[in-house]
Each structure stands twice: as C-alpha cells, then as structure tokens.
Design a protein around this ligand. Structure first.
Ligand SMILES: Cc1cc2nc3c(=O)[nH]c(=O)nc-3n(C[C@H](O)[C@H](O)[C@H](O)COP(=O)(O)OP(=O)(O)OC[C@H]3O[C@@H](n4cnc5c(N)ncnc54)[C@H](O)[C@@H]3O)c2cc1C
Length: 404
C-alpha cells in the first residue's frame, strides 16, 4: 500500500488548508437541518464550497455540482482537512448523500434536472420512506400499496421512523406496485412531494428528547407516474443503490477520528479525583483501546480506498465500516461522558448545548445510528454469510394455511 500522497495531491491539500483558514469566519455553526430551519449561513457556505470544488465535487456542473473528475484521494483529503479544521462540510443528509447519487445513476434526465440542483444547493430537503411497522430489517416485506390509475400512482399505507419528514419537501419512497409478484420483484421507487393531499406526518419523540423521526400515513395520495425512478416493479435494485450510499455515509473513519480527538480533549480538560481524566489509569486504558480501534478504522478506510483506486468492488468490507464505525462512535461518547464525572449526566437536549450535554446527545444519537440504515445484527449476518462464507441463518418456516 502506497501511503505517500503525490506532489499534486499535497499541493491540493495546502490550497484547501489555506482556503479553510481564510474562510473560517464564514463557516456556519449548525451543520444539519435538525430544527427544520434552513440556516442561511449554511446555504452561503455550501455555495462557496461548490464554487471551489469542496462540496458536491463529483456532481456534474449541469446539475449544480462542481463537475470535477472523481478522485478518491482528493475526496479523502477533503474529508481529512475539514475534520482537522473542525469546520462544516456544508449540506449533508439523505437528499445530497443518498438520493443525488441514486438519481445520477438511475434517474431520468428530467428528474436529474428538476431535483438534483436544488438538493445540492441545500434548498430541497428529502426524507426516506422505506421502513414500515412490519418491514424494517426485512424491508422487502413492505406493504404500502401503489395502484396505477392512468398516468397516476395512488398510494395507501404507512411508513415509520422517517427522519426529517416533518421538515422535508420531498420523500423518496418504496411502494408495492405489483401485488402478485415475488416480494422483491413487486416494489417501485417513487419521488413524492410531501405537500400532496392525503399525507399525514406525526412526529415521534426519541430518547434524545427531540422528534427526529416520524410516522407518515398515505391515504389515496396521488403522484404522477413520471415520478417513478427506473421502471415500475424494479425499485428493489434502486433501493439498494440508495442503501449503499447510506451505509457509506454512516460510520466513516473521518467522523471517528474527529470524535476520538474530541474525546481526548475532553479527557485532557476535565479532572477526575483532582487530576486530568487523561491521567486516570482506567479511563486512559479505555481511551487507548478505542484509539486502537480508531486506527483500525483508518487502515480499513485506506484498504477501501485502495480497492476504489484499483477499480475493485469492496464487497462486504464496506459494511464493516458501518458496523464498526457506529459502535466506535457510541463507545467514544460513552467514555467522554464517564470522563466528565457528575457533569456527564447533565442533559438539556440538543447538539448545540454545553460540552457535557453535547456528549449526552452524541451518545444517544450514535446508538440510533447502530440501528438506522440496517441494524448491527443484520450487518453481521450479511458479513458472515456473504463475506466469510458461513451457512445462511434458517429462514422462518412458511405457515401452512391448512394447519390449525
Ligand atoms: C435514528 C434512526 C433513524 C432512522 N431513519 C429512518 C428513515 O429516515 N427512513 C426509514 O425508512 N427508516 C429509518 N429508520 C429505521 C431503520 O432503518 C430500522 O429501524 C431498521 O432497519 C430496523 O428495523 P426495525 O426497527 O423494524 O427493527 P426489526 O427489523 O423489527 O428488528 C428488531 C430487532 O431484531 C433484530 N433482527 C431482525 N431480524 C434479524 C435477523 N434476521 N437476525 C438477527 N437479528 C435480527 C434487529 O437487529 C433488531 O435488533 C431509522 C432508524 C433509526 C434508529
């Protein structure tokens, strides 16, 4: 493995570092749309980042991106430098990180022109309508129906755990359009404006105290058929493209490195038994164990990068990132809370509060990410079966309709 960057890549890194230093004051504090209020500073920052090729870098110019050739090393340098500078990477979330790459791969020209530019600018917020009360890990069991009437799709059913649905203008959703087809074959992928009559959104409060996700009900919701992405009944393949991007977004090595540095600062600055927490042997031992895991995540990311540069598919190695990264981030937050002593149990809610309450928020939020995007158990099953060649777990028996 070649660990040195080329002279051109190092020059890019210097240019980016100077940009971040010179523009630090323009960066927004708030990185997400958590409150539903679009921060104008974030939109301005996103525009600046795209102009310089530091955001939406691989998105073609005609769809509002920076239009640069894909270069995984440049992408890595960008992630490293923003993490190092502790500055916002601009707009992120299900629209830009999951839907945009899906539309670029499978969308029609009209869909790309209509939806990608406002999403890239951060002006169009999306939510993901996949999970249902009876279909989470076994997503293909979903039952929300899509009935075709002329050139319209009429949707009836319910989604659940839909993050940001209360703020989103659009949803990308999975619906069953062919009731008689085998379960993976009868699913379509559709883009749904959230202000369509017949949609009801009910926020669900999580243990963070905030309503991060929702139940969404569809009662005869009429959507034009042209909003289908790909062909009718062929949505499962497209859904999996989106899931691949979701797993890449969750548990990245650069996030863990940033959280590790932050936990170490917390331990340096807070005292336990009259001495910095970093000098407490038990806490220090835990930090070192997590440092080893963080380094392992970095090496794993380099391995994936090498695969990418060689044009090889990463296979289940990509799932290892989500599985280990989310668990590691959760453990880092737990350690920081313990290092804060009594202050660690304070929680006023929200990511913007003081240091102690920030760690409480991270702890609960990261626990959610171990479940979201496919639970840890499901990732382990896939890694074991497809990666390690272990036997498939027994499938539940199909009930005999004649049995009493
Ligand atoms: C923070 C957060 C945000 C989310 N955002 C969204 C969103 O925006 N849109 C959306 O559509 N969904 C979202 N989800 C839902 C998420 O995708 C599902 O929660 C997840 O897929 C698990 O499904 P479930 O909740 O129905 O649990 P179940 O599938 O019912 O699983 C329950 C438990 O059983 C285990 N289990 C299930 N099957 C197996 C098996 N075969 N082997 C071993 N163990 C198994 C699971 O690991 C889990 O521990 C979000 C979830 C969270 C936590």
């Amino acid at each position: 493995m070649e660990l040195e960057y080329s002279a051109d890549h190092e020059a890019f890194r210097r240019m980016l570092r100077a940009f971040l230093e010179n523009n630090r004051a323009r960066a927004p504090r708030m990185r997400t749309f958590a409150s539903g209020v679009v921060d104008p500073a974030l939109l301005g920052w996103q525009k600046l980042l795209i102009e310089h090729g530091y955001a939406a870098r691989g998105v073609p110019r005609e769809y509002g991106g920076a239009g640069a050739d894909p270069d995984p090393l440049i992408a890595t340098i960008i992630a490293e430098e923003f993490a190092q500078a502790r500055l916002s990477r601009g707009v992120s979330g299900q629209g830009l990180d999951m839907l945009v790459p899906t539309l670029l791969e499978h969308g029609s020209e009209e869909q790309k022109r209509r939806y990608v530019p406002p999403t890239v600018r951060g002006e169009m917020l999306w939510c993901q309508g996949y999970s249902e009360p009876g279909a989470g890990s076994d997503l293909a069991s979903l039952r929300t129906r899509g009935r075709v009437e002329g050139d319209t799709l009429v949707m009836d059913g319910q989604k659940i755990w839909t993050s940001t649905a209360q703020f989103a203008q659009m949803m990308f959703a999975l619906v069953r359009t062919e009731a008689d087809a085998p379960k993976h074959a009868g699913i379509s992928y559709v883009l749904v404006p959230m202000d369509t009559p017949g949609i009801t959104v009910r926020p669900l409060k999580t243990m963070t105290g905030e309503a991060e996700f929702n139940e969404v009900f569809f009662d005869a919701v009429r959507v034009p058929l042209e909003n289908l992405v790909g062909k009718r009944g062929e949505g499962w393949k497209i859904a999996n493209t989106t899931l691949r991007h979701e797993r890449n977004m969750l548990g990245s090595a650069s996030t863990s490195v940033k959280l590790f540095e932050s936990a170490r600062s917390t331990m340096r600055e807070n005292r336990v038994d009259g001495r910095p927490a970093l000098e407490n042997p038990v806490l220090r031992g835990r930090l070192m164990a997590l440092q080893a895991k963080t380094l392992a995540m970095k090496c794993h990311a380099m391995r994936l990068l090498t695969c990418q540069l060689r044009g090889e598919a990463a296979g289940v190695a990509g799932l290892v990132t989500k599985l280990n990264g989310c668990q590691l981030n959760f453990d880092l937050a737990g350690l920081a809370i313990d290092a804060l002593g009594e202050a660690g149990i304070l929680y006023r809610g929200g990511a913007q509060s003081s240091e102690a309450t920030r760690w409480q928020f991270h702890y609960m939020f990261q626990l959610g990410l171990i479940i979201g995007g496919g639970t840890a158990q499901i990732q382990k099953n896939i890694i074991a079966e497809r990666g390690l060649g272990m036997p498939r777990e027994p499938r539940p028996a199909v009930p005999d309709p004649d049995a009493r």
